[in-house]
Design a protein. Structure first.
Length: 219
């Protein structure tokens, strides 16, 4: 059996609503095995979270670095959803339909796109939320231009930070820049400290350590 066939035939064990954070293998990031169930469970959790700070919500969702999976395609849906849920909690008119839309767009982003396609899924999730707020479409000239500039800023920042694949690093980049750009549209969220805050480093076998801006400098 070829390696590619073997990878396709591997199974990820079923997961429950309660323990989804600890039940998915790293393989799911690129293979997508079990990702639909995991993404569904993750988005259900986010929907019920309180709070106005996206990075806090991300860490709450994934257990604050207590053995949760560092990488996975669910980030492609939950980053945009987290932004929308925080805006909704802040009193902005974010409907269930808008939240479902940003989730659906995230589901379309393939696993491993950061390395295969040059477009990180977590960043694209934030861009999807921004596109919805802008009312951007392929034929809406000004909103589309603004969306592309936002996406370019996201990718430029992630490339500047560099290092190995880390969906949490990508999520922090997305949430940090989205907060600034959303505010320019009139959708303001509280300030958060991003540098040095990551609680997930011990779960990441390929963590860049001190070379990552989000790595804690004092532990």
């Amino acid at each position: 059996m070829s390696d590619s066939t073997s990878r396709r035939n591997r199974k990820v064990r079923p997961i429950s609503y309660r323990d989804f954070r600890n039940a998915v293998t790293e393989e799911a990031c690129c293979a997508g095995d079990g990702s639909d169930t995991t993404t569904t469970l993750a988005t259900l959790v986010v929907r019920d979270l309180d709070g106005l700070k996206p990075a806090d919500m991300l860490e709450k969702l994934f257990g604050g670095g207590t053995g949760s999976p560092v990488n996975g395609v669910w980030h492609h849906a939950v980053v945009g959803e987290i932004l929308f849920v925080c805006l909704r909690n802040a009193g902005y008119p974010i409907t269930d339909e808008l939240i479902e839309e940003v989730i659906d767009r995230g589901r379309q982003i393939p696993g491993g796109s950061c390395g295969f396609l040059g477009g990180c899924g977590a960043l694209s999730s934030a861009a999807s939320a921004y596109a919805i707020l802008l009312g951007s479409t392929p034929v809406a000239v000004a909103p589309r231009e603004r969306l592309l500039a936002f996406s370019a800023r996201l990718l430029s920042r992630l490339a500047e930070i560099g290092g190995s694949r880390c969906c949490k690093k990508s999520s922090y980049v997305a949430l940090e820049i989205a907060r600034d750009e959303f505010a320019r549209l009139g959708f303001e969220l509280p300030e958060e400290q991003f540098e040095g805050r990551c609680p997930f480093f011990s779960d990441n076998e390929t963590c860049d350590g001190d070379e990552c801006v989000y790595f804690p400098r004092q532990r």
